[in-house]
Design a protein around this ligand. Structure first.
Ligand code: CTP
Length: 424
């Protein structure tokens, strides 16, 4: 039996793909199709496939041409697959001529002529680009603008206060202006991605969510960690029961970089610790344990009493079955790690956990420990933009950071603003 293998992304499956698969199948008796996973493809610079991995696998399956479908997850997998499946022929389209000659050592390599005049990229490009503007100055906006260049179907377009000429805006002003800025953008009919917290009170947050819903617009918190692959896989592993029941989530986020801790710093236009770090530190707590805590307590050390500017804050939560803590600071330093304690084992994410590409699941018996690695490009901002664009394109208007979590974050900020804390 002659076994053939071929790989591709197969986004928006088209005639060119089908012709390739037909000819690949005709080369032998048994055809294995490797569908490239989203993450692996991102590392090749192809981002924003219109379809998810599941949809692409389903489309290849529907052709009836593949005897077996596998997922391509990592660099170097082709050699492993060829050995594992005892492959005789590796084939791909002629756009790859020469690229896979290194596989000749393991099997026969055949480049099939590519079908002229059609490609997934062209089909994607036919759809109009999403124009995104930014509101705010500073490094966050600069990073966001730079990252739009890596995302297909999205283009940065400068816009003035009137927000003319754009479909969507990224807001990264001082948090005290978020509510007004988000409201203004939604009223102008723009989709919004705003640095978290999106408002200073739960009520304002609810009002914005309702307004977005009424206008059928996407409103989402920009918390780049939420969109990183390692972080989202970690949530799946934590919720899967691998570490048993979760009894504690402890997250630490600190930085001394913006000078807030300097004795003569002007804090008026700087973000306090609760706004700068609170949303990120609270994210895994709310995503893993829910937003209904039995009780919470906040302890803070203020840098400026009048401005309610905290240099260090610790928030402790008690839930029905678990506890949690968030330690955040702009004027104190600690190991920025995330630990999820379970009844069977724990998940450890090393510092700085909020931009991690790696985590470990650890057990009493160390031989059972498992390490997980994922590619993280552009600190997660790139994926954030991809998913924002996808939410706009889809009818569901789903966001990675749910409205409950967005509200729960605002409620903690509100408690802090009301000075419902103990001071050190
Ligand atoms: N292919 C082909 N003819 C086309 C398009 C693709 O023979 N017109 C082949 C590719 O050479 C590859 C397989 O189909 O072997 C899967 O290609 P893929 O990269 O998923 O599709 P493209 O349409 O090339 O995607 P893109 O435009 O994003 O590069």
């Amino acid at each position: 039996m002659v076994k053939v293998i071929t790989y591709g992304t197969y986004d928006l499956l088209h005639y060119g793909h089908i012709r390739l698969l037909e000819r690949a199948k005709a080369l032998g008796d048994y055809l294995i199709v490797g569908v490239t996973s989203d993450d692996y493809d991102k590392s090749r610079g192809k981002i924003n496939n219109q379809q998810s991995l599941m949809e692409r696998v389903a489309a290849v399956k529907a052709t009836g041409l593949a005897d077996e479908i596998i997922v391509e997850e990592y660099e170097g997998q082709k050699i492993d697959d060829i050995r594992r499946y005892d492959i005789d022929i590796f084939t791909v389209g002629s756009d790859w001529v020469g690229k896979f000659d290194y596989l000749k050592e393991f099997c026969k390599v055949v480049y099939l002529p590519r079908t002229e005049g059609i490609s997934s990229s062209e089909i994607r490009a036919e759809k109009r680009k999403l124009l995104i503007g930014t509101v705010g100055k500073g490094t966050l906006c600069k990073k966001f603008i730079r990252e739009t260049e890596f995302v297909n179907g999205v283009e940065y377009k400068p816009c003035g206060k009137s927000l003319e000429g754009v479909d969507a805006v990224y807001i990264a002003t001082h948090p005290k202006y978020h509510y007004e800025d988000v409201k203004h953008a939604l009223e102008k009919g723009k989709h919004v991605i705003c640095e978290s917290p999106i408002a200073m009170t739960t009520e304002q947050c609810r009002e914005l969510i309702a307004l977005a819903k009424e206008k059928n617009l996407v409103l989402t918190d920009a918390i780049k960690t939420a969109y990183s692959t390692a972080y989202s896989r970690l949530l799946v592993v934590a919720k899967s029961g691998r570490i048993g029941d979760i009894v504690s989530v402890d997250s630490v986020c600190t930085s001394l970089s913006d000078g807030a801790a300097m004795p003569d710093a002007d804090l008026t236009n700087k973000q306090n610790s609760i706004c700068a770090w609170g949303p990120t530190a609270l994210l895994p707590i709310f995503q893993l344990l829910g937003t209904n805590c039995r009780s919470k307590s906040i302890v803070t050390k203020l840098l400026d009493e009048e401005l309610n500017f905290d240099g260090f804050t610790k928030i402790d939560f008690v839930f029905d079955q678990a506890v949690a803590s968030a330690k955040i600071a702009k004027a104190a330093k600690a190991e920025g790690e995330l630990i999820i304690t379970g009844t069977k084992g724990y998940i450890y994410v090393p510092a700085p956990w909020w931009k991690t590409d790696y985590f470990e699941v650890r057990f009493e018996n160390q031989t059972e420990n498992k390490r997980y690695f994922y590619q993280l490009d552009g600190e997660g901002i790139r994926y954030e933009i991809v998913l924002f664009a996808k939410a706009i394109a889809s009818d569901q208007k789903n966001s990675y950071v749910s409205t409950e979590i967005s509200e729960a974050i605002c409620s903690i900020v509100e408690s802090f603003n009301r000075r419902e804390y103990t001071t050190l």
